[in-house]
Write a new protein. Structure first.
Length: 280
């Protein structure tokens, strides 16, 4: 069944509009059991953004042991035989350290694939956001796909929402082309626009929507710090605010060419709930 969005909305809201008599619990199960696909790939995240005019495919849940094993709380944005894209929350580790025994994005992905296919599956990290950051992470299921995406990652278009301190010296709309970072020497290209001003007791903060065409998230964070607008609770440049806040940057969109099919994949998610609340 093809479902076309009449307005920009997340996946859960789109299903609720399409099936108004179905409970939220059942709608969530549709997603968790892999009943929804987008551009041929399975989606298992409530927060996947579907733009007006875009379509998803709904396949009725048929039950069975094999299908039930695919249930997962891992917020999968995109899944096919080559890639898995996951929405990582603030505070969740991407990969484990020697002394860390908790769950990570990598361990949860491996566990999910093992349940689904019955034996251990390989996972190759391609792109990740920091432990204190949130947003889209890309994992490959084979070495060839991992190498192909990794080789072009710095040129892939990335989208962020972030909250920065101090007045915007570059104005409400800023652009940086081939900006050379003073700290790392890396090259960054991005543009931003002011989405909202947040007034606190002692200062005013700016919510920015950022499109980056060269560099990675760390480069983006470093650039804003260099121009005098550090990201709130940044683990490198605003550590004093970390006691009361998670890092206020989220990678909420990416666009890239699929390494196997050549098809352009554009994915976007909603910002985390409560993201624009800043504690002092």
């Amino acid at each position: 069944m093809k479902i076309t969005a009449k307005e920009d909305c997340n996946l859960l809201k789109l299903l609720g509009t399409t099936f108004p008599e179905t409970s939220v619990t059942k709608l969530k199960k549709m997603i968790m059991y892999g009943c929804i696909s987008y551009k041929g790939a399975t989606i298992k995240s409530l927060e996947m953004l579907i733009r007006k005019g875009e379509s998803i495919e709904y396949t009725k849940y048929s039950g069975g042991k094999g299908v039930s094993k695919q249930k997962t709380d891992l917020p999968i944005i995109f899944e096919d035989r080559n890639l898995i894209v996951v929405n990582k929350s603030c505070g969740v580790k991407f990969a484990s350290e020697v002394s860390y025994k908790g769950k990570t994005i990598c361990s949860m992905t491996k566990s999910y694939l093992k349940r689904k296919y019955g034996d251990a599956q390989s996972v190759f990290p391609v792109c990740q956001v920091g432990d204190y950051d949130s947003g889209l992470c890309v994992l490959a299921r084979d070495k060839r796909s991992a190498a192909a995406i990794s080789a072009i990652w710095n040129k892939i278009t990335k989208q962020y929402v972030c909250i920065v301190r101090n007045d915007l010296l570059k104005g409400e709309n800023g652009r940086f082309n081939n900006y050379i970072l003073k700290g790392s020497g890396r090259i960054v290209s991005l543009k931003y626009r002011l989405a909202e001003q947040i007034s606190l007791k002692d200062e005013s903060l700016s919510v920015l929507e950022v499109i980056q065409t060269e560099g990675n998230m760390k480069d983006c964070r470093e650039l804003f710090n260099e121009i005098g607008n550090p990201i709130v609770a940044d683990c490198d440049f605003d550590r004093a605010a970390m006691s009361n806040n998670f890092s206020k940057i989220c990678m909420n969109g990416i666009s890239f060419r699929h390494p196997a099919t050549g098809r352009v994949i554009s994915l976007e998610i909603a910002e985390p709930r409560g993201f624009r609340t800043v504690n002092q």
